[in-house]
Design a protein around this ligand. Structure first.
Ligand SMILES: *[C@@H]1O[C@H](CO)[C@@H](O)[C@H](O)[C@H]1NC(C)=O
Ligand SMILES: *[C@@H]1O[C@H](CO)[C@@H](O)[C@H](O)[C@H]1NC(C)=O
Ligand SMILES: *[C@@H]1O[C@H](CO)[C@@H](O)[C@H](O)[C@H]1NC(C)=O
Ligand SMILES: *[C@@H]1O[C@H](CO)[C@@H](O)[C@H](O)[C@H]1NC(C)=O
Ligand SMILES: *[C@@H]1O[C@H](CO)[C@@H](O)[C@H](O)[C@H]1NC(C)=O
Ligand SMILES: *[C@@H]1O[C@H](CO)[C@@H](O)[C@H](O)[C@H]1NC(C)=O
Ligand SMILES: *[C@@H]1O[C@H](CO)[C@@H](O)[C@H](O)[C@H]1NC(C)=O
Ligand SMILES: *[C@@H]1O[C@H](CO)[C@@H](O)[C@H](O)[C@H]1NC(C)=O
Ligand SMILES: *[C@@H]1O[C@H](CO)[C@@H](O)[C@H](O)[C@H]1NC(C)=O
Ligand SMILES: *[C@@H]1O[C@H](CO)[C@@H](O)[C@H](O)[C@H]1NC(C)=O
Ligand SMILES: *[C@@H]1O[C@H](CO)[C@@H](O)[C@H](O)[C@H]1NC(C)=O
Ligand SMILES: *[C@@H]1O[C@H](CO)[C@@H](O)[C@H](O)[C@H]1NC(C)=O
Length: 625
């Protein structure tokens, strides 16, 4: 198969003129860089504190995670959950005094994440049944032993290669009283961190090929040295003897006051300070493991409800990308994480820092949860469709002022795929009647044909929160309202067709601000749409079902336009295309018909940018219980 493709490309190269583009083609002048997906991380806190019963993955936590894993592959890879180790139960001490833990609940939860294709961040943070607080003198040994046990156990289960994709991080924000439940002083803290390091090292050495498991930390807030001594002092310790530093990646938290540029500026100040005061530490990889536009997830803000938050998150990603290329202090930036996988609560269904709006349906028996996707959720989906190489962020001038951000990405073989992301800069209030006209740098010739696809998230149009407000903010939206909200939760297709020339023209001034636009161009030489796999049906409530599936995408090229969901009540009837009229760019569909039963059989297929359909997935049966 791959040999055949190479031959086709070879033939193409012969018949396409080397340069049939006009001379003012911007694309050819651009430099493309490897574009790692450094933003594909989310997190949440499962409970307020580490009390014995605080953490249990409830049904709504699971459905929330089902949604997150139903974004296209590579949208969210890791998920950082505080207090995960509270899922361990301390059982007893062995005769020699080693704690024995019951892993049942942690096993189940990690198995669930694994089925979803998500990698956990294991924060060594918790106090299972008070084992640490009751034995302060043994903490060093307990942490070393526990970190080692965890690695051995899960490397045994999932294989060392997968465990290397997980992340291990030290205690979150150890200087804050609300997190520092073991009341670490600096000495305790250093002891704890080095114990983790030794535990990971010894467990790694015991595995085949003796792998090195990186430790990330100190997950510090790094405000004043007076108030945050633990994270600052451990950096000093590292700087004095960098070879003996327990951390492989330095993690910190910097947020803004609502704007993306503030996140970058706050980071920049901190990182410059590190460069000056801790020059050895500054050579290590760094990561902002909570790079949110504003602190405190639960504090409601109107802009967190709609396309404004989506645009802010995307701008955070783009600004960090540009900073990585241009600014010395960001050269070592390894990743950023968004802390937005929380579950919102009444009456702030849309306006907390979350990916989804959550409705707890207390008026039902039994009580259950409904989720609506916010535009920020779709924005992560759009980011996942970028190519593997990218230019620096470009600013397009409107009325001689830079007002539109453009990121151009593609794959190394540029005849196959390009993906451009565009959105207004943060401070824009009007784009007048601006029409964008751009050449894309594509080569047109006999054999090659290009389909293009433009999807847009637009304020007031893909805006379920605005509709919900219009309906009077019902705490228990009825089926009609829910369906209306869901119809506006995904980006819409602005244009799709076959390209006849190299120029793209988009009337951007007509769009309500803010908006996010994704342009993809796919060659017909790309192997055809692959059939979706792992289709499952999840019960939401009576006669409502969530269908989710996985992509078969391994080449960083995403030419899928939408999915179709088909339903068969029984084999005496016909298959019905039940998602007709829905644009489904993500890997899920909430099916809630009012006139027929959701029981029966389901299958799904993908439709690519050429309108070609894949084969159907395997068929699954759904029976209501
Ligand atoms: C978390 O804390 C807030 C306020 O401190 C409280 O209202 C809420 O009930 C708590 N939630 C849980 C799950 O304990
Ligand atoms: C933490 O958990 C304990 C025990 O369940 C509870 O009494 C306390 O109120 C909780 N604190 C917060 C801040 O939620
Ligand atoms: C935990 O400590 C006990 C006692 O020293 C030892 O037998 C066991 O191998 C340790 N486990 C790990 C994973 O380090
Ligand atoms: C280590 O390698 C041996 C032999 O190659 C194999 O049998 C065993 O399963 C491996 N163990 C792990 C944890 O990968
Ligand atoms: C908006 O911000 C950009 C980037 O910070 C700046 O270059 C531009 O001049 C600003 N535009 C306006 C209209 O203020
Ligand atoms: C539903 O009940 C939960 C738990 O009692 C409560 O926290 C929530 O506010 C209720 N929701 C509404 C919309 O009243
Ligand atoms: C659903 O709720 C909307 C808004 O509250 C209302 O206008 C409509 O009549 C309701 N529909 C049904 C079927 O109850
Ligand atoms: C696919 O079909 C849609 C709707 O029928 C049409 O608008 C679009 O141009 C078609 N795309 C291609 C590449 O032919
Ligand atoms: C180029 O293609 C677009 C649609 O893809 C079309 O609207 C436009 O008229 C074409 N321009 C020329 C010069 O052919
Ligand atoms: C679309 O499907 C047709 C028929 O199945 C096939 O001949 C053609 O190559 C496909 N085109 C693309 C771009 O996949
Ligand atoms: C996909 O892109 C990543 C970088 O984003 C790269 O490391 C990887 O090799 C690419 N995979 C393929 C199959 O091109
Ligand atoms: C159920 O209602 C939908 C939407 O009104 C309609 O398209 C569909 O044909 C109906 N199905 C049946 C089996 O009546």
């Amino acid at each position: 198969m791959s040999v055949a493709l190479v031959l086709i490309f070879g033939a193409l190269r012969l018949t396409c003129p080397a340069n049939n583009n006009s001379s003012n083609n911007n694309l050819n002048d651009n430099i493309y860089h490897d574009f790692p997906r450094f933003w594909t991380h989310s997190g949440f806190c499962a409970a307020n504190n580490s009390s014995e019963t605080a953490f249990r993955p409830t049904e709504e936590i699971k459905i929330n995670l089902h949604y997150i894993s139903a974004l296209p592959s590579g949208a969210v890879k890791t998920i950082r959950i505080h207090w995960l180790l509270e899922l361990l139960a301390f059982q007893e001490y062995t005769p020699s005094g080693v704690p024995v833990y019951d892993f049942t609940n942690l096993d189940m939860f990690l198995e669930f994440l694994d089925e979803l294709g998500l990698y956990p961040v294991i924060e060594f943070m918790g106090n299972p049944n008070g084992v640490f607080s009751k034995n302060p003198l043994h903490n060093e040994f307990y942490w070393e032993n526990l970190s080692s046990q965890i690695v051995q156990r899960y490397a045994g289960k999932y294989g060392p290669a997968k465990i290397l994709k997980w992340r291990f991080e030290s205690w979150n924000e150890p200087d804050l009283r609300k997190y520092n439940r073991l009341t670490f002083n600096f000495e305790d803290y250093v002891t704890y961190v080095y114990a983790l390091r030794r535990g990971l090292t010894s467990a790694g050495q015991r595995l085949n090929n003796s792998i090195h498991l990186p430790l990330h930390g100190p997950a510090g807030l790094f405000r004043s040295t007076l108030n945050h001594p633990l994270c600052w002092k451990i950096l000093q310790l590292c700087n004095d003897n960098i070879k003996n530093c327990p951390f492989d990646t330095i993690t910190y938290h910097r947020k803004g006051h609502g704007k993306a540029s503030e996140v970058l500026e706050a980071s920049s100040l901190l990182l410059k300070e590190l460069e000056i005061n801790f020059p050895q530490v500054a050579k290590l990889p760094i990561a902002n493991s909570e790079a949110d536009p504003i602190a405190i997830w639960s504090t409601p803000h109107d802009y967190l409800a709609d396309v404004r938050y989506a645009a802010t998150l995307v701008t955070i990603v783009l600004l960090h990308w540009s900073a990585k290329l241009q600014k010395a202090e960001f050269k070592q930036l390894s990743y950023i994480s968004h802390d937005n996988a929380f579950i919102s609560y009444h009456p702030y269904e849309f306006s907390q820092r979350t990916l989804l709006a959550h409705f707890r349906m207390n008026n039902s028996q039994p009580v259950y949860s409904q989720f609506i996707q916010k535009p920020v959720y779709s924005a992560l989906g759009m980011l996942s469709k970028l190519g593997s190489i990218a230019t620096d962020l470009e600013f397009i001038a409107v009325n001689n002022t830079p007002q539109i951000q453009l990121l151009k990405t593609k794959v190394p073989d540029s005849r196959l795929y390009l993906s451009w992301l565009m959105l207004p800069t943060e401070n824009v209030t009007s784009l007048g009647d601006f029409i964008l006209r751009r050449q894309m740098g594509l080569q047109f010739c006999e054999q090659g044909r290009y389909a293009y696809l433009i999807e847009i998230l637009e304020q007031k149009r893909t805006d379920p929160a605005a509709l919900w407000i219009k309906f009077g903010k019902p705490p228990y939206p009825n089926a009609t309202v829910r369906e209306t909200l869901r119809h506006s939760q995904n980006p819409f297709i602005y244009a799709n067709g076959i390209l006849s020339n190299d120029t793209i023209e988009i009337h951007l001034g007509k769009l309500e601000l803010p908006w996010i636009l994704l342009l993809r161009v796919c060659s017909n030489l790309i192997p055809q749409a692959k059939r979706p796999r792992n289709l499952i049906a999840i019960s939401i409530t009576k006669n409502e079902v969530m269908l989710t599936w996985r992509e078969n995408n391994t080449n960083n090229i995403s030419c899928i336009k939408t999915y179709e969901v088909w339903h068969l009540i029984d084999f005496s009837k016909e298959w019905i295309h039940v998602s007709k009229g829905w644009h489904l760019p993500h890997l899920s569909f909430h099916y809630a018909p009012t006139n027929i039963s959701v029981e029966g059989f389901y299958k799904v297929r993908s439709i690519d940018a050429f309108n070609n359909s894949s084969e159907f997935s395997d068929i699954v049966e759904y029976i209501e219980i």
